[in-house]
Ligand binder design. Structure first.
Ligand code: MG
Length: 194
């Protein structure tokens, strides 16, 4: 069983967070370096994303998946390995079974990728990410690059708040080294240091 860093997309890995088509999404500075570090620490990094604009008809799921494929390929080309997409295409208000903070997509990823959720982290910018973390027994780490005020305002009491995913990854690295007698990685290579 492996540990994961479950990554939110909008507001965590890419901007903008509300308006725009996927082709307008831009990586949050340092996001790929953060994934590289998480990979190097032994974490598998699936993306768990709600794209409610698909159900709203603003863009198609095929378009989104096409863009995401390019994003993953670009990331991989820079040494940041994303372990797949777990997507909810429904409106937030819909009564679907896959939206956050329900554990469905996280558990699906855990099954596919042999993930132990209790050794894992959820990194995201909203309360639903932090609630999902609690629901699956992982550590929730909000970032301030999106709508983190929601996570804070709703009393998510996260373990750690980072300005961005780069800070969160560094915190996870420090935490893992200090708590494990047999850490996955004691000394990151220079090329994965932030
Ligand atoms: Mg988000």
């Amino acid at each position: 069983m492996r540990a994961a860093a479950f990554l939110d997309l909008n507001g965590t890995l890419v901007l903008p967070v509300r308006a725009g088509a996927p082709s307008e999404y831009r990586p949050v500075p340092g996001a790929l370096a953060a994934i590289r570090l998480l990979n190097h620490l032994g974490f598998v990094c699936p993306v768990v994303s709600v794209q409610s604009r698909i159900e709203k008809g603003m863009f198609s799921e095929a378009d989104f998946r096409s863009w995401f494929g390019s994003f993953v390929a670009d990331a991989s080309g820079q040494g940041a390995e994303i372990a797949g997409l777990y997507l909810c295409p429904h409106r937030t208000s819909s009564d679907c079974r896959c939206g956050k903070p329900k554990p469905t997509l996280y558990h699906r990823a855990a099954g596919d990728l042999c993930i132990d959720c209790r050794r894992s982290y959820v990194i995201g910018d909203s309360a639903s990410d932090m609630d999902a973390a609690r629901n699956i027994g992982s550590v929730g780490c909000p970032v301030l690059t999106g709508w983190s005020e929601n996570a804070l305002a709703e009393g998510a009491s996260p373990d750690y708040i980072g300005h961005d995913i780069r800070e969160v990854a560094a915190w996870i690295a420090s935490r893992e080294r200090s708590r494990s007698p047999n850490p996955v990685c004691l000394i990151p290579r220079q090329d994965v240091l932030l």
